[in-house]
Design a protein around this ligand. Structure first.
Ligand SMILES: Cc1ncc(COP(=O)(O)O)c(C=O)c1O
Length: 453
């Protein structure tokens, strides 16, 4: 007999054990929805966005410096002169002119690509989704850095992948740890579908993969016949350096490269892309068509017009200077105020500092007290699929002004000092077991996979 939907909101309110349920559809959802839990970031947004709270939590780019007049003119010109194309369905692969321009952008990182191998996506977030959709069956292994981008972990969970974390240090992913993790997983007969890595100005760890490690990482993956998924939304946002050479620049077959205009232009257009080997590109287009028919024509043409008409590289330079000033404000405030037992890295680009608390403190447990003290951060556990990271937190300096960043750190230090004090008073019961000092240091690769809470 076919199942019928509940006739009114009060049906199915009680589970088999008689407990009251808030969601009367709970027995009907697909198994994959069990991996879809609200991230710490999401739960935080409602409180952290109150004006009295200094949010060091979100990774929103600060786009106040964008030339809105130039963008406005480009868009009105688009509507007036090419409106009927811009407002029509487009190609599943994306606008051909934009794909050419994307190749120009990637050339800055040493990538020589053909527009035919580019698929435009709804932000690089959708590219992560489409790649996972075409490669991963439930139970397949995806290797990620420890910690890793919360949005990608969410995708991997939604497709019921097993995430295996691999240690990073201040120079990024550790090649020997990657080799070991791959060998370990393969020895257990499980399939690794790809290594997901953010080589530049990592979210959330703030570190960058050292140039000398890049060929080694590629070699390890080539030998083990494992694809690399290179996610690079921050690559052009280095503070004092030229863009790093992309992994994809030296390996066309084994790497799928993801890029985005969210951090270098504006996230609201939701335009990102994947550059993939030819056969994979075809599958990605099919997946894109089934997901959205086509990426939005209007957004793509607006981004294309902006690139055409504006000094976008000059704009990126301005962004870099603004973010460098904020990074400096964050690091200076940490240097001046943090207790000596706390540790953090100094990022050379991007948006994030990864801070590890004095031993025994738990960032997640501390968060409600921090919000009461009007400062917010993201607890480290959000960036691990296996519950690690409790002693760490991600601090974003991209959005608040330098003065607000300093004030936020001052409030955070107050909360940490209170926690340390409480711990001294009440002993060791307050915190959790110590977790690694540098991002992912000493992380095992076969820890249990638990849901994020
Ligand atoms: C590492 C990483 N990948 C992907 C994304 C998604 O970006 P978008 O979908 O806006 O291109 C983000 C956003 O913060 C990110 O930090």
């Amino acid at each position: 007999m076919s199942q019928q939907l509940p006739q009114n909101r009060h049906e199915h309110r009680h589970g088999a054990d008689g407990s009251t349920r808030l969601d009367s559809y709970v027995d009907r959802y697909a198994a994959r929805t069990q991996g879809m839990t609200a991230s710490e970031i999401r739960a935080l947004f409602s409180v952290a966005s109150r004006p009295e709270v200094v949010s060091l939590a979100g990774g929103m780019p600060n786009i106040s410096g964008l030339p809105l007049d130039v963008v406005g003119e480009a868009i009105s010109d688009l509507v007036a002169n090419r409106g009927s194309t811009a407002m029509q369905y487009g190609s599943g692969q994306g606008d051909p002119r934009l794909r050419e321009q994307i190749c120009d952008v990637m050339r800055l990182e040493g990538i020589e690509a053909h527009p035919d191998d580019v698929v435009v996506t709804v932000g690089s977030q959708q590219a992560v989704d489409l790649v996972t959709r075409i490669f991963c069956d439930p139970g397949d292994v995806v290797i990620c850095e420890a910690p890793s981008y919360v949005g990608a972990l969410g995708v991997f969970k939604a497709y019921q992948c097993d995430v295996v974390h691999v240690e990073m240090d201040e120079h990024g992913l550790v090649p020997s740890a990657l080799r070991e993790a791959i060998a370990h997983v393969q020895a257990t007969g499980r399939r690794i579908k790809f290594v997901y890595t953010i080589p530049n100005y990592h979210n959330p760890a703030g570190v960058t993969l050292a140039a000398e490690r890049r060929p080694e990482i590629l070699e390890i993956c080539r030998e083990a016949d494992v694809l690399v998924l290179e996610d690079n939304p921050y690559g052009l946002l280095g503070f004092d350096e030229e863009p790093h050479r992309a992994l994809r620049a030296d390996e066309a077959d084994g790497v799928i490269y993801l890029g985005s205009f969210s951090k270098t232009f504006a996230p609201g257009f939701r335009v990102g892309w994947a550059l993939a080997p030819h056969a994979v590109r075809e599958k990605l287009v099919l997946a894109q068509e089934s997901a959205t028919l086509c990426p939005p024509s209007f957004s793509q043409m607006a981004v294309s017009a902006y690139l055409e008409k504006h000094d976008w590289l000059g704009q990126i330079k301005q962004f870099r200077e603004m973010y460098r000033e904020r990074r400096d404000a964050m690091v200076r405030a940490l240097d001046d105020m943090m207790p000596p037992a706390a540790r953090w890295n100094v990022p050379t680009g991007g948006f994030y500092v990864w801070l590890t608390l004095p031993d025994g403190l738990d960032a997640k447990a501390m968060l409600p007290r921090a919000v009461t003290a009007r400062v917010a951060f993201v607890p480290g556990t959000a960036f691990f699929a296996d519950g690690f990271g409790a002693q760490s937190m991600r601090l974003s300096y991209c959005y608040p002004t330098p003065e607000r960043i300093r004030e936020g750190v001052r409030r955070l230090v107050g909360v940490i000092e209170e926690e340390v004090e409480l711990r001294h008073t009440f002993g060791t019961g307050l915190g959790t077991a110590p977790t690694p000092r540098t991002p992912g240091l000493n992380r095992g690769y076969d820890g249990p996979t638990t849901d994020l809470t």
